[in-house]
Design a protein around this ligand. Structure first.
Ligand code: PRP
Length: 174
């Protein structure tokens, strides 16, 4: 079947929201230094916009995780396939995610990063699919709550495609 794209969030709406979130973070962390931990690959476009709107001292690092085995996307068993480059001990860390779906990835990341003794640990996610949540877990900074539709663009993919779209689109017929 042909894949069809329908714009859900325009690039302008996204930029407005990212600016809003960045302003909140800049206020909340005034006088502090933050480390943005981007969760690859989906979070990379959001990170690159967010960091440029921040007015506080900012460092970045990257982590990549994947679920173990077949159909374990919903098991919550996650492995790190690319770890952070440096220690986060005593740092103010914000996890930057494109989307929270079941919440399992985020639970794992929070549990894992907490053991590394950051000064603080918060979560910033552009998109949220509350209907899909399997755990009570939420972002401290959240952009848009969206319906349970397959979305692509602005970092999100379908079989690694569409991450480069500037808008966030619903993909039909995938
Ligand atoms: C997506 C997203 C989150 C996770 C959220 O990553 O970036 O990390 O899924 O899902 P969950 O709340 O159900 O755990 P994905 O595994 O698609 O990898 P990608 O970012 O490399 O595309």
């Amino acid at each position: 079947m042909d894949e069809q794209l329908e714009v859900l969030l325009t690039r302008e709406e996204i930029q407005e929201k990212v600016k809003e979130i960045a302003n909140m973070i800049s206020d909340d962390y005034k006088g502090k230094e933050v480390l943005l931990v981007c969760v690859l690959k989906g979070g990379v476009v959001f990170l690159s916009d967010l960091m440029r709107y921040l007015s506080i001292s900012t460092e970045i690092d990257f982590i990549a995780v994947s679920s173990y085995g077949i159909s374990t996307k919903s098991s919550g068993v996650v492995k790190i396939i690319k770890d952070l480059d440096t220690s986060i001990e005593d740092m103010h860390v914000i996890i930057v995610e494109d989307i929270i779906d079941t919440g399992l990835t985020l639970r794992y990341l929070l549990e894992n990063l907490r053991t590394r003794l950051p000064a603080s640990l918060k979560v910033c996610a552009l998109l949220d699919k509350p209907e899909r949540r399997l755990l009570e877990i939420n972002a401290d900074y959240s952009g848009f709550a969206i319906p349970d539709k397959f979305v692509v663009g602005y970092g999100l993919d379908y079989s690694e495609k569409y991450r480069n779209l500037p808008d966030i689109c619903i993909l039909d017929g995938e």
